[in-house]
Design a protein around this ligand. Structure first.
Ligand SMILES: [Zn+2]
Length: 497
């Protein structure tokens, strides 16, 4: 049920929002965090389990070195300090999809802490402070069968799959972001988008939001304008696209203001985001840390990365994102506005990868920001999750560049790609999309158009070349768009010279 909302501008007249983001990144290690089970997606349910990740008595966990390495690299890329010594902790709570009845996480000793990331928003830079990045393990998955919503309420029965239990996660937590005002929704979106780019550049996760490799929880609170204290916050869980992050912040600001406006107080709770209706609904009351009865994990030795190892990992970091943007903007010849739009659309990494596949930068930008952005928007997914790869975009542009198709036909190639009809070349062949380059066929169509439009033809003979458009249009229609308009124009002018 949708709550009453206060208009966005009215919220800002009365309150200052404070944002906080918790992002879980599922690492792409080949095995789980504390055992040797495969950590790959999509196996038969409960096929990738062992006594350790099922929490059977006597099983002993061992830390995955690769996961620690990824955690340190993420921490360093976020300008964090890396702990010289830190421990895991048991976070005790009961969930049916968590067989140990505790999650092995980190509590007061995270592997990385006190960092920051400079986030570009609308051409300006906002520094987001990172409180911590800590290591933990994922839970299993419950599937609630029967009932309309797929949630446990109203279900006939539930199934549980432990394949995901024990997959390494890094949780990255920001400090409260205050003073954002009306830009709070955009900053939240830009932070998650830029963080995803960073994770992709580090190569530590598939980082697909639609598959849950990267999950954002959005904390939001309102305080009376000018006050520096923080209001009571809500935590909206598992928001699974950049666009939804922005919408969820906006919605919660408007809802909080409505609740506070009636004189009521905000309940500290988790909330669920509903993509279809664009609202949040109440989840569970949020526990305080002491409810989890954290204590140091007795079965694992502390993690004490040597400074030599940390320095070595520092040497493997990708180029600083801000420096890289400046460099690529110059390489690509983009204007500030073109660059801002590219970044804002979450397409920076996609354009970069498409150019790396040999596509001219302006063509890469054009396809991602127009045709593909529109389709992603229609499907309600981020463009990165649309299902078209940078290599495919480069392949489509190569077909345009070699004259096989024009821009209009290329759009139909994208239709074919999204429908899973094969490679761009196969789609062109199967759908018969190639431009007619047979001069005889083109010439015949031009002659027919001239014969059918004698008045237009006479104008062109009289030197009014602008009139050629009508004949070109007639030819293109006859050829069902499958002609090179430039060549048709040449033929028209040749014949009427
Ligand atoms: Zn296992």
């Amino acid at each position: 049920m949708a709550a009453d909302l206060v208009a966005f501008d009215d919220v800002l007249a009365t309150y200052d929002p404070a944002l906080g983001l918790e992002v879980h990144v599922e690492l792409n290690t080949s095995t789980k965090m504390f055992c040797g089970c495969p950590a790959v997606f999509g196996g038969e349910p409960n096929a990738q389990v062992c006594p350790t990740c099922l929490g059977l008595p006597g099983a002993m966990p061992v830390v995955n070195r690769k996961a620690v390495e990824s955690a340190i690299r993420i921490g360093l890329a976020l300008n964090c300090s890396i702990a010289e010594w830190c421990r895991f902790a048991r976070k005790n709570y009961f969930y049916p999809d968590m067989p140990k009845n505790f999650q092995t996480s980190q509590y007061d000793e995270p592997i990385a802490f006190d960092g920051w990331m400079d986030v570009e928003v609308d051409g300006g830079v906002v520094r987001v402070e990172i409180e911590r990045a800590h290591m933990e393990e994922d839970t299993g998955k419950s599937l609630h069968v029967g009932g309309a919503t797929g949630r446990i309420h109203g279900a006939d029965y539930s199934l549980v799959d432990y394949n995901r239990a024990g997959i390494p996660l890094i949780e990255i937590v920001t400090r409260p972001i205050q003073g954002a005002g009306a830009r709070a929704p955009e900053i939240a979106r830009a932070y998650v988008a830029q963080l995803r780019d960073l994770i992709v550049a580090l190569g530590v996760s598939e980082a697909r939001m639609d598959q849950g490799n990267l999950r954002a929880d959005v904390n939001l609170s309102l305080a009376p304008k000018g006050s520096d204290r923080l209001g009571t916050r809500t935590e909206t869980k598992n928001v699974n696209s950049f666009r939804s992050v922005e919408r969820a912040v906006r919605y919660e600001m408007q809802r909080h203001a409505a609740v506070l406006g009636t004189g009521a107080t905000i309940l500290q709770e988790t909330r669920h985001w509903h993509e279809d209706t664009g609202v949040t609904t109440s989840g569970r009351e949020k526990s305080d840390a002491d409810d989890y009865r954290y204590f140091p994990e007795p079965d694992l030795v502390p993690v004490a990365p040597s400074r030599e190892w940390v320095d070595e990992l520092r040497g493997t970091l990708p180029e600083n994102p801000t420096v890289k943007r400046t460099r690529l903007q110059a390489d690509w010849g983009f204007t500030d506005l073109e660059m801002r739009d590219t970044v804002g659309a979450g397409a920076f990494g996609l354009v970069e990868a498409t150019v790396a596949e040999g596509c001219p930068p302006q063509a890469a930008r054009k396809w991602w920001l127009t045709e593909l952005a529109r389709r992603a928007n229609e499907s309600g997914v981020d463009i990165a999750d649309l299902g078209v790869s940078p290599a495919q975009v480069a392949a489509v542009q190569a077909l345009v560049d070699d004259g096989t198709v024009n821009d209009k036909l290329a759009r139909q190639v994208f239709d074919g790609l999204l429908a899973g009809e094969g490679t761009p070349e196969e789609i062109v062949a199967a759908r018969g999309l190639a431009i007619v380059s047979d001069e005889g066929a083109l010439g015949a169509a031009v002659d027919a158009a001239i014969a059918a439009n004698p008045d237009v033809a006479q104008k062109i003979r009289d030197g009014k070349h602008a009139a050629a458009g009508a004949l070109i249009g007639a030819v293109m229609k006859e050829m069902r768009g499958q002609a090179d308009a430039g060549r048709v124009r040449e033929l028209v002018l040749e014949r009427l010279a």
